[in-house]
Design a protein around this ligand. Structure first.
Ligand code: WTA
Length: 712
């Protein structure tokens, strides 16, 4: 039932593919908006007051100068940065090479580098006692400091464990871990040996873990007996056991003991206790010199087709741009304590909990809990306890905390904070203002950072000391990035300001250093998804507005990706899961607006004819019927949780007689988004949905409206 909208087959010429592509985008995020009267906030004076480190970039002029250099001569710009920020085993001979036509771009050929040495060894040598990781446990008041010296020992031991089980450079390792330092040890130990890690977010279901392990062919998986989150335990090992029933490549399963409370079954010959293994291992392990283009990791993300994409990131370019963006965007100085509240299962955790901060020798917080445990003051309690200087979180968390009221914030001493970051989804101006005024006390720089799993690091953002901000805008491009707005219907670049369209990035040789290099096992899909949609540009999948001052406002995905609490969910991934449910004939999943999570999933389901239940409870329906409808719906939601993960559970599920389709059979999602969002009630509003003449059955719409508004 899924039409693949964004992957035009490469057999059709690019111009035709573009036209096909352009005609398919029907997102509201492409409709014009205006930003004329938005408030503007200058960089906070406090940053220049003298009692805090002076910002690296002090004015807009300084930013513009560096930005121009980065665009005019990317190779010169990044080579200089690469020798300043990274330690090379052997310096590179070249900078950017190759292009986007074949996707053969590469950075720093001729060089040799090890990511773990950059993130750990050199700081263990220079500042051995400095705290590398502050682990904030799920239980408030329970935390641990891990020095760079200790980090090197822990990582080296684990690397030796990997070696002792036969893992060698190029092998793949799956990581399914709670937010404990051992998750980072595992990533870094892989990097040390040239093993390619593949972190799978610990909220994914057994089916999702199995599919990812099978796609990447991991030989070893590392997990924990249980995880803890918000006072609840999560049975990670149990999920892994279920996944491993169907993963022929896995030889060993290394189990970290987080709670020790659960009597987990051990599979002889396959399962090993982490603590027992590291006890045997030597704390010295020579790092493997790597080519800068050797893969550092695989990370799966959702695209517009059902199959998740295993994006591959490089070693040299990725390390360089995560480190440099971390330094300039969070305005990092050696005395800082930096806290990113994300999970290492997502790209934000890779780039801005692990690699970026550690490569800069920073102190990074690993936060195991949730923003509301034991209450809505948890973040601020952490800030006060650890004297956090930069806090990085998502709009969903900000909106949730705002709801609980200011007292949870104001009762804490937040004077250490200088920079507050936001990531993962558009931040609405009200949430931005609250973040700025209450936790930020109007004295912190707010950095709304826009980027993607694919880009590896932040690509649009203000810089704390240099760029004035507007609530809701990610402002200006970071070094090396040239954003453009493209007309969705013609595929042509729209010049000038005050324009809305598809957000793309102009490609120059090499692109930018931290760009993903390919999709594991499917380079053609990589090219088709990102580079063959609009020739000469990288296609982001987002709609955006460039305002009269040239500031960017990212509005949301224009493809079939839904952003729920900053988690990317593919509509077709959920739709394919639905097909596995015995009662489902057909389904369509759309994103509807939600006050807290940004977007939420709404699922429209057509039942198989033999499942004869009333589509919505009606006053006449018997008690018996009510139960049946609810049971069917519940079992479907449960089915999605199992197939994808609890975070993909829909907010709304409607049983409908049919899906609105064009005569050629394409589902009109625009209509489902509007109707599912509850925006359409009256006949008038149905008319406002626009031209419905292409619908095979226009009479269906009033029925859908009725079903959506029927109160159960
Ligand atoms: C969205 C997360 C608006 C966007 C780092 C993008 C944002 C997708 C922002 C990538 C932001 C991320 N403003 N939208 N500051 N940051 N997005 O791959 O739709 O999990 O395409 O990477 O999140 O999500 P991903």
């Amino acid at each position: 039932i899924q039409t693949h909208r964004l992957n035009p087959s490469a057999s059709i010429p690019a111009s035709q593919a573009q036209a096909a592509q352009a005609a398919e985008l029907d997102s509201d995020f492409l409709e014009p908006v205006h930003h004329d009267l938005d408030p503007v906030f200058k960089p906070p004076e406090r940053l220049f007051a003298g009692d805090v480190p002076v910002p690296h970039i002090k004015s807009r002029e300084e930013y513009v100068k560096l930005y121009q250099e980065s665009i005019k001569a990317p190779s010169v710009f990044w080579s200089k940065m690469a020798s300043e920020l990274l330690e090379w085993e052997r310096p590179p001979k070249f900078a950017a090479q190759g292009g986007y036509e074949d996707g053969d771009f590469s950075w720093f050929d001729g060089g040799l580098i090890n990511a773990c040495v950059n993130a750990v060894d050199r700081h263990a040598a220079a500042t051995p006692d400095k705290t590398a990781i502050i682990w904030e446990s799920d239980e408030p008041g329970e935390h641990e400091h891990i020095s760079y010296r200790r980090l090197l020992i822990e990582v080296s031991k684990l690397a030796n464990v990997f070696k002792s089980h036969g893992l060698r450079k190029g092998d793949h390792v799956a990581i399914y871990m709670p937010m404990v330092p051992e998750a980072l040890y595992a990533m870094l130990a892989c990097a040390r040996l040239g093993l390619v890690h593949c972190v799978v977010f610990a909220g994914f279901s057994a089916d999702a873990v199995r599919d990812r392990i099978n796609d990447c062919g991991a030989k070893l998986v590392i997990t924990a007996d249980q995880g803890k989150r918000g006072g609840k335990v999560i049975n990670l090992k149990r999920t892994v056991d279920q996944a491993l029933l169907e993963t022929p490549t896995i030889e060993k399963c290394l189990v970290f003991r987080r709670t020790g409370e659960f009597n987990i079954p051990f599979h002889k010959g396959r399962d090993l206790w982490y603590h027992e293994e590291v006890e045997k291992a030597r704390p010295v392990c020579p790092p493997e010199p790597m080519h800068p283009e050797d893969p550092l990791f695989i990370l799966y993300t959702s695209g517009s087709t059902g199959k998740p994409k295993g994006l591959i990131h490089s070693t040299g370019g990725y390390m360089l741009q995560t480190a440099s963006s971390f330094k300039y965007i969070f305005d990092y100085h050696p005395s800082d304590i930096y806290g990113c509240m994300a999970d290492v299962g997502w790209i934000t955790g890779h780039s801005y909990i692990c690699y970026g901060p550690l490569t800069m020798g920073a102190t990074t917080v690993v936060f195991e809990s949730i923003p509301t445990y034991p209450d809505a003051g948890r973040f601020w309690d952490c800030v006060q306890t650890h004297k956090i200087t930069q806090l990085y979180t998502a709009p969903t968390a900000i909106r949730t905390l705002k709801k609980f009221g200011d007292e949870f914030v104001t009762k804490h001493d937040l004077s250490s904070l200088r920079v507050l970051g936001s990531v993962g989804e558009p931040i609405n101006p009200e949430a931005w203002q609250w973040y700025h005024q209450v936790p930020g006390r109007s004295q912190c720089a707010i950095v709304d950072t826009y980027w993607q799993t694919e880009t590896g690091s932040i690509i649009m953002t203000p810089l704390p000391g240099a760029i004035a901000t507007k609530p809701g805008s990610c402002t200006v491009p970071f070094f090396g990035i040239e954003p453009v707005i493209i007309d969705a219907t013609t595929g042509a670049e729209i010049k000038g300001n005050d324009v809305t369209g598809v957000l793309a990035l102009r490609m120059h040789p090499g692109g930018w250093p931290s760009m993903a290099r390919t999709i594991l096992g499917d380079h053609k899909r990589f090219l088709d998804t990102y580079f063959n949609v609009y020739k000469g540009y990288y296609f982001t999948g987002d709609g955006a507005h460039r305002d009269k001052d040239g500031y960017y406002w990212v509005r949301g995905r224009v493809d079939d990706v839904i952003n729920v609490s900053g988690h990317r969910i593919s509509t077709s991934e959920v739709e394919s899961a639905m097909i596995g449910h015995p009662a489902v004939a057909e389904s369509a999943v759309v994103g509807i607006p939600d006050d807290v999570t940004g977007q939420a999933l709404a699922v429209f389901v057509v039942l198989k004819p033999e499942f004869d239940v009333p589509l919505a409870p009606s006053p006449e329906a018997t008690h018996h019927h009510h139960i049946k409808v609810d049971d069917v719906k519940k079992s479907m939601i449960q089915h999605i949780r199992q197939a994808v993960g609890p975070f993909a559970a829909p907010k709304m599920l409607f049983l409908v007689p049919d899906l609105p389709k064009t005569r050629s059979g394409k589902i009109m999602r625009r209509i489902l988004r509007k109707v599912g969002g509850g925006e359409v009630k009256s006949e008038e509003q149905i008319k406002e949905l626009g031209d419905l003449s292409t619908l095979a059955d226009p009479g269906l719409i009033p029925q859908l409206v009725e079903i959506v508004h029927a109160k159960a």
